[in-house]
Design a protein around this ligand. Sequence first.
Ligand code: KG4
Ligand code: ZN
Length: 347
Amino acid sequence: MEQIQHEIEKTCLTLALETSCDETSASVVADGRIILSNVISSQVPVHQKYGGVVPEIASRKHIENVLPVVDQALREAGVTLADISAIGVTYGPGLVGALLVGVSVAKALSFATDIPLVGVNHLEGHIFANFLAHRDLEPPFMALVVSGGHTSLVHVKGYNEFELLGQTRDDAAGEAFDKVARVMKLPYPGGPYIDSLAAKGNPEAIAFPRALPGKNSFEFSFSGLKSAVLNYLNSAAQKQEEINTADVAASFQAAVVDVLVSKSLQAAATCGVKQIVVAGGVAANSGLKAKMAYECKKAGFSLHYPDPILCTDNAAMIACRAYYQHLIGDYADLHLNAKPSLKLGHG
Ligand code: KG4
Ligand code: ZN
């Protein structure tokens, strides 16, 4: 016991909270890289019957879950608040009511204990999940962030230096997966269902469009592709033609993946970096992983992505990001507020 206590005193522990969307999560991370606990209470079953996240319900569920989740994270890590060096919390981007729950609890804990408070950007958290999954990974690298709300290419120049090269003009990649899945009557969130259906289909069966293919444009657009898939399904239904859903899923996924992979490689080459990391819920997509691995190997880039549990929303990635902000004294005060449209950095 004394030995464990001694080890804890030597290490720097960050506690973090994540409540930006539909997962209530709390985590304790040691020295920014070692996960001691990562408790995730998912609301997916609650929202599934509505076909998407209902913001008001999400906020209420966060309120119910947040304190038990924090307690469990501390207990599983075998620590108390007295052992914590910094409290991190996601303050944006995300659903305002959902964010406010985490922000309020983190501020209250910080006020009551005098432990410094760190406001964390959710997108930066997704990128930092890679530092947890790959302990030797260091910047600089090119990060492709692909989630339900975002599709961005970020040049990570250092632990606290990011340049946004481009993002989606309309739908995020995960949003396109979810919308197409919905029309195909697959459960919410649809990404994983399209992924497994696609594995049984022919990706070349239907020529869906690849948007904004222009070299050196790092912007994305998925709404045209989504409409093309919906038109294909509607017109087949009108003509009472039989649809091969596996082929539709595979061809749609290939159109998304082609663009994500080619732009990531172009961006890495333009910025002169040798490493590419993928982050966010869509990073779990098997088609994306396979194509990215193949193209990176061919072009001589090293590739990293987190384990599936660290791809989707979780507080460990927030605790990791908070650690690196703590090292440079990047603290928030009790005026910290939820910022639903927060940009990279504190923008
Ligand atoms: O990062 P995340 O958990 O939440 C946001 O911050 O948005 O990402 C959730 C998104 C959903 O759109 C979900 O359908 C998608 O990630 N997703 C996938 C896969 N697993 C999750 N999309 C495609 N293939 C997957 N295997
Ligand atoms: Zn996310």
